[in-house]
Design a protein around this ligand. Structure first.
Ligand SMILES: Cc1cc2nc3c(=O)[nH]c(=O)nc-3n(C[C@H](O)[C@H](O)[C@H](O)COP(=O)(O)OP(=O)(O)OC[C@H]3O[C@@H](n4cnc5c(N)ncnc54)[C@H](O)[C@@H]3O)c2cc1C
Length: 449
């Protein structure tokens, strides 16, 4: 039995995270053993990222015997390697499109969900005393050329319409005063919602709370298949053991496979995102470039750059990854990220960027997340597809799907479209390669318009 993955096997091993600063800067102490015998539980959660942990937390708090299994270690996936932007998002469909497709009421439910997701993360941090190095007051969008200033105005209008909240515009001089000077920027817009955190501290903090509530973990345990037993239970098979469970949650997002279970085939599209990180910058270096704000920021490109200065003055610089996960492709993307870093921050052209890592986020065909029951099953659930914005939305989806598992009506906004199982991508076996065509078009668009 083996898993059929969409990317080359390199993407599912440790090479892409060898230089992950987050893993290096916080304890990776094991939270669980390898599953090596027969065990049982009420709910088995496959995947130890924000989705799985947040669901496990809610279940454990209600007294459910819950077990989280991860092929590597807890927080190893995207949840332990992202930019730490806890912000609005989860879909890449625009507001008008969501209203057209799902109607005003359900689209509005989603807008409230995006906001509630951020509040949920803030609450979890506070209630459980998780210290995750929180910084940034909202997020700042930066027009990467004068032609994109209208895009900022549209974003501000959407936020006003969604939440009745005003955003602040900044011209170039004001951006400089705020400590956000980078090459080619025309202006900026601050959306006063969200914050930034240390993603791995957050994931590990959640896991500790799950453990304290009685949840159990198995690490280095890949679930290779799920079968139904005669007594109605599910049996999750791993290499050296198996787990019997009444219910199962699939929380594997970008690390999902086509055959675990077969229902997943074609329903998700993993996309790589890369992060380059500088060494600690001195006050003099920050001043010279004119970037000394801890505000989380991104530019108006479709294939955007996202960046923020960490509390210890390392600069994090993220961008899309390649459609290939070979070590050759990774080195090529490191060079592209370095080139773009130097273009945006020319005063740091000689500053070393020792850390570079990548990970898999996840798209769905209709560009909206899913959190619900797998059709035609009695007790299999799944939550995935946050479109590169899962710090808040994966946490949220985990809680939504946990409420479904408990058979509880959630008080959280829960759009109906999030309960509908994703349809398959067309040309599903080619979907990763077709992404390359979209990237070429988006790059051209970002350059020309
Ligand atoms: C480089 C990068 C930067 C990003 N930046 C941001 C950001 O700044 N803000 C934001 O909101 N989002 C960001 N994201 C997206 C965000 O990290 C994800 O949406 C979120 O972490 C998804 O969480 P998850 O729990 O669903 O999946 P993951 O955290 O990916 O966890 C899935 C887990 O499933 C496990 N698994 C898979 N298959 C099996 C199996 N068969 N058996 C056992 N275990 C299995 C994997 O080992 C993995 O640990 C970024 C993503 C990347 C890659």
């Amino acid at each position: 039995m083996s898993l059929h993955h969409i990317f080359q096997e390199d993407a599912y091993g440790d090479q892409p995270v060898a230089e992950n600063f987050w893993h290096r800067s916080f304890s990776k102490q094991a939270l669980g053993e390898v599953l090596s015998d027969e065990q049982s539980c009420e709910v088995a959660v496959v995947g130890g990222g924000y989705t799985g942990l947040s669901a496990a937390l809610k279940l454990a708090q209600q007294g459910v015997d819950v077990v989280v299994l991860d092929a590597q270690h807890i927080g190893w996936g995207a949840s332990g390697r992202n930019g730490g932007f806890c912000c609005l998002g989860g879909t890449i469909a625009d507001d008008a499109d969501l209203i057209d497709r799902y109607g005003e009421a359900d689209a509005r439910r989603y807008f409230y969900a995006e906001r509630a997701a951020i509040d949920l993360v803030a609450e979890l941090l506070e209630q459980n005393s998780i210290d995750a190095d929180v910084v940034s007051k909202g997020e700042t969008v930066l027009a990467h050329k004068a032609r994109r200033v209208d895009q900022l105005k549209d974003t501000a209008a959407d936020i006003q319409k969604r939440y009745g909240i005003s955003c602040s515009f900044h011209d170039k001089d004001e951006l400089a005063e705020l400590g956000m000077t980078a090459s080619g920027l025309a202006s900026g817009l601050t959306i006063p919602i969200g914050f930034a955190l240390h993603p791995y501290k957050y994931a590990r903090g959640l896991a500790e709370v799950v453990k304290a509530q009685g949840g159990r973990f198995y690490e280095q345990t890949t679930v290779l298949g799920i079968t139904s037993a005669a007594d109605g239970q599910y049996v999750l098979k791993a290499r050296a053991g198996q787990l019997r469970a009444q219910k199962v949650l699939l929380a594997t997002n970008g690390y999902s496979s086509e055959n675990m279970p077969e229902w997943m085939a074609g329903k998700y599209l993993p996309v790589q995102s890369n992060i380059l990180m500088s060494r600690v910058l001195s006050d003099e270096e920050l001043k010279r470039q004119g970037w000394f704000s801890n505000q989380m920021a991104y530019d108006t490109r479709t294939l955007l750059h996202y960046f923020r200065l960490l509390p210890d003055n390392r600069m994090l610089f993220g961008m899309r990854g390649s459609v290939s996960a070979t070590s050759h492709a990774r080195e090529r993307m490191r060079a592209v990220a370095r080139r773009d870093f130097e273009r945006m921050f020319p005063e740091w052209a000689k500053v070393e960027t020792p850390d570079f890592w990548s990970g898999l986020a996840c798209l769905t065909h209709k560009f909206v997340p899913f959190a619900g029951q797998v059709p035609n099953t009695q007790g299999i659930y799944a939550a995935f597809g946050y479109h590169g914005n899962g710090v808040a939305m994966a946490t949220y989806a985990g809680q939504l799907v946990a409420a479904e598992i408990l058979g509880e009506a959630t008080k959280l906004p829960y759009p109906n479209f999030m309960k509908v199982a994703p349809t398959e991508f067309p040309f599903r076996t080619m979907r990763r390669h077709l992404l390359a065509l979209s990237y070429t078009w988006f790059e051209l668009k970002d350059r020309l318009f």
